[in-house]
Design a protein around this ligand. Sequence first.
Ligand code: C2O
Ligand code: CU
Ligand code: CU
Length: 504
Amino acid sequence: MYSSAAKAKTLDAMKLASFVDPLLLPVLQKPQSRRSSTIHGAFDVPYYPIHIREIESRLHRDLPPSRLWSYGTTSAPLLFEAQSNGGVLIDWINDLPPQHLLPLDPPMRGMELDPPTRVATHLHGARVPSISDGYPEDWFGPGKNKLCYYPNHQDSTGLWMHDHAMGVSRFNVFAGLMGWYLIRDEVERSLNLPSGKYEIPLLIYDRSFDPLGQLYYPNPPDEGSWSQEFLGDAMVVNGKVRPYHEVEPRRYRLRIANTANARFFSLSFSSGQNFHVIGSDQGLLATPVEMKRLVLAPAERADLIVDFSDVSGENVVLQSDDLELIQFRVSKDRVDDDTSQLPKSLRPIERIPEQQAERTRVMTLNEFDDDSGMAMTMLLNRKHWADPVTEQVKLNSVEIWSLANLTQDTHPIHLHMVRFQVLDRRGFSVDDYLASNALPLHYTDVAREPGAHEMGWKDVVQCPPETVTRIIVPFEGYAGRYLWHCHILEHEANDMMRPYDVIT
Ligand code: C2O
Ligand code: CU
Ligand code: CU
């Protein structure tokens, strides 16, 4: 994972002391005023001006301040709280300097664009008109701004915003452009889940540092022509390397988003305790699912209830295999009685019958290697981003997308604007497919149901190698141009990202 060449250029983050910095809580935003916008049809809604800027912030006690990019003023993520069906206006203001924080790689697609410090903010998982979706080509440079309207016509859930600007989104997100956006609703409020300080939103991701404590992104990469997946050795939670947090022996609700460029987290607690998954990307599950270990791919979210009452006086680490993320220091006593609940049922979820689908599309996930086996490019349906749109979907129709993964990697595939359900996964013969270069797919085993924790509404789906992953998608919301892509940001950049149109 880490070549010796890369090691010489990086500080060994494993040697930094664990759990010396307190967890930073996300910074709740208050609207500056109420506004209307004729472009968006927004009338008298909360208005938030957000300055995107370069800052300096210490990510660990023993590191000097690192230069970062932020939607806020520190390394802690911003947090927006919206109500279901209550729209908000956010003005994204580019106050970045003219020079990028990171070395850019000129040969990559999109890199010839100018200025280098362009941004396009996307609210991941939001059902929004395409003009406010942060389409990669809707970027703008320093000194410019973009007013976006988020109608929030969707269920309570945890969304996250991140940069999506053409050619540079992997660097912009790496530099720090990400944050939280929670949507609330009545169903959630009626459940008496742990709330207030007992609900903790966590962005988890990995970084590496150069010997001077500045962010290090291997570019140009040490091997090959591009970095295929960034993996760092410093696990970061809400802007601190391996922080700690003091908790009481009671139930907590942890909202977790994997905002890493490429790393999958396999989450468990050092205490070996079980936890309950109550929600996924697009909101609450029908019933809690008890688990010991949960794998979150980049951009996936999990809504967890964890009970620390059996571990009072102990330290419990949230970890990903042997990597430590955050330590919970459980006090001996509770401040108050824990009146929150772990309800037996959460929100009814109707499974969409397959017969409702008007159309099934087989979409391939491809990787093309050079003679040495280095990936030259990764594509969807063998098409580049710049190729004409091939997917035109009727607004309000239901489709099944069969994502046939011809590669040896798991790709987290994400569709903008919609939510979907995972139908099943089934192995198929990649060799047969490649030999004939044609359908039908030859299946090699039976279809497997998704995990119980994947039975809710999703907007990212893990597509394992040599497997067809089927999703069923109601295209509800807005007509316009959107996109779908692999959420490993290095794959997205080269060139696993495609536009699609919703038409009326
Ligand atoms: Cu997290 Cu194109 O999105
Ligand atoms: Cu998205
Ligand atoms: Cu991928």
